[in-house]
Design a protein around this ligand. Structure first.
Ligand code: FMN
Length: 461
């Protein structure tokens, strides 16, 4: 049965929540609402084909609308954050530098409806099957919250694969704070309380994706990004605080089964289909949600990548600032999944093209770098290629480093040949496409049409 819903997207006064963000994105032409009924398993394909984010108001068999594609491009990411496109890295760095403690509230929209124990049924949510070779339907926009008395509060983005009405498998394969916390519970044979929030504002989502240093509360970073404290509420069944304005909260526990339950394959953030993994089970004890919730189906790989992009650009600004290189712009490009490949423009002093390469390649995920002068528009790939072509001598200006820490998701490191638990090693390279030392700038003077300012095209059209 198809249930057309009456959900209206409205911002709350003074505090922009997830719905407020959707409403603003719609006004800015970055989100479109679709009234025609849709099957959940068609949402990923449709969202990938659309020039805007899509919100499906009528999802067949569910009374819950589904939104997706919010962070699919730099422009949509900028719109979600309400920041100018060119300033994502700088604004992120500024937010991280000014963390704000969250406000704790006692009444919250995310608890307008409460389902406990046997009332819990994950099949009531429109959890979609997303990619051709996935192992099952996935919650892709889950933000996991934990709060251990000794380890402190923690938030991170984690995907979860549907198993049964009350169980999902969570991907805890890679090193993370949540994995570290869970390992302690696992070793004691105890379940670990965790809550999953679905449908949180870009500030909370991006802060959760950010690899904050251990001991830093990601929700304080979210406050810094927003410039206002994040509003949190205590869960109904456990002492964990979650975003009060979220759409849906799953309260539950990570069972001490360790890395034993099938999880995946799933479409990964590097744009390739991942492998089957073995991971812990998340058992749901309560579902709370707004009276008329919206389900967020985050689309891979770009939404995952763009949730990381501003933090990567911020790290580039920070590291170049530390070594005294004057950087005018930084782009974590889409071809490098918003993290692996970096283009920067700098105001160079002698040798700094190579200094910048050395610094940027030391960032864990960055694998290739192009450094240009600040007369190049680094948003224009043709200009970047022009600089590489005419300002670079391959035998002098390409820096190759080998033997650095790599990542399993990069097939070029042949991760399948490694013994279990061993980290891959990678090589990295940088191209110094700044004007070489000793070549006068006039050698690069651009062609200008004669009498350029004396004539107007409009007079001839
Ligand atoms: C959309 C999205 C999904 C993610 N899914 C996972 C995941 O399933 N498992 C994982 O280990 N990391 C995942 N990450 C990366 C972590 O969220 C990220 O490393 C975060 O900093 C972990 O937080 P924590 O170390 O505080 O737990 C994901 C990131 C994004 C943006």
């Amino acid at each position: 049965m198809t249930a057309a819903t009456e959900v209206r997207i409205e911002a709350e006064a003074g505090f922009e929540d997830f719905r407020g963000m959707l409403a603003r994105m719609e006004r800015e032409g970055q989100l479109r609402r679709i009234a025609k009924p849709v099957r959940p398993q068609h949402i990923t394909a449709l969202t990938g084909k659309a020039p805007t984010a899509l919100m499906f108001d009528a999802v067949e068999d569910y009374g819950i609308p589904v939104v997706g594609g919010l962070f699919w491009t730099r422009a949509r990411t900028a719109s979600a954050l309400g920041w100018p496109e060119g300033e994502l890295g700088r604004r992120f760095a500024a937010g991280v530098a000014k963390p704000l403690a969250p406000t704790i509230v006692t009444e919250a929209a995310c608890q307008e409806r409460v389902m406990l124990g046997d009332q819990v049924d994950l099949t009531s949510l429109p959890i979609p099957f997303m990619h051709q070779k996935d192992g099952g339907p996935y919650i892709s926009a889950g933000v996991a919250f934990a709060d251990d008395p000794k380890l402190g509060p923690n938030a991170g983005c984690y995907r979860l694969m549907f198993r049964t009405r009350r169980e999902m498998t969570i991907d805890l394969f890679t090193a993370s704070d949540l994995r570290r916390h869970y390992t302690q519970y696992f070793e004691r044979g105890e379940p670990m309380p965790v809550a999953i929030a679905i449908g949180v504002h870009a500030f909370e989502h991006m802060a959760a994706a950010y690899k904050a240093p251990a001991g830093v509360d990601e929700m304080e970073i979210a406050g810094g990004l927003r410039g206002k404290p994040t509003r949190l509420v205590r869960c109904r069944t456990m002492n964990i605080r979650v975003p009060a304005d979220a759409e849906i909260i799953l309260e539950g526990e990570l069972l001490p089964n360790g890395w034993t339950a099938d999880e995946g394959p799933f479409g990964e953030f590097a744009g390739m289909q991942g492998d089957l993994k073995h991971n812990p089970i998340f058992r749901v004890n309560a579902i709370t949600h707004r009276a008329r919730p919206i389900f967020y189906a985050l689309q891979m790989p770009w939404e995952n990548d763009w949730l990381n992009g501003p933090a990567t650009e911020a790290a580039c600004f920070r590291i170049l600032g530390m070594i005294g290189v004057q950087v005018t712009s930084v782009r974590a490009t889409e071809g490098g999944c918003c993290g692996w490949s970096i283009v920067v423009a700098i105001r160079k002093r002698a040798g700094e093209g190579k200094n910048a390469i050395a610094a940027l390649l030391s960032l864990p995920v960055v694998k290739q770098v192009i450094v240009t002068d600040d007369d190049i528009d680094i948003d224009d790939p043709a200009q970047v290629e022009w600089a590489v072509t005419f300002r670079c001598q391959a035998d002098k200006d390409v820096v190759v480093l080998s033997g650095l820490k790599g990542k399993h998701v990069d097939p070029s490191v042949r991760p399948w040949e490694l013994p279990p638990g061993q980290l891959p090693i990678t090589s990295k390279f940088g191209i110094d496409a700044t004007i070489p030392e000793g070549i006068p700038a006039f050698r690069y003077e651009r062609i200008e049409p004669a009498f350029k300012d004396a004539v107007r095209l409009e007079d001839y059209l």
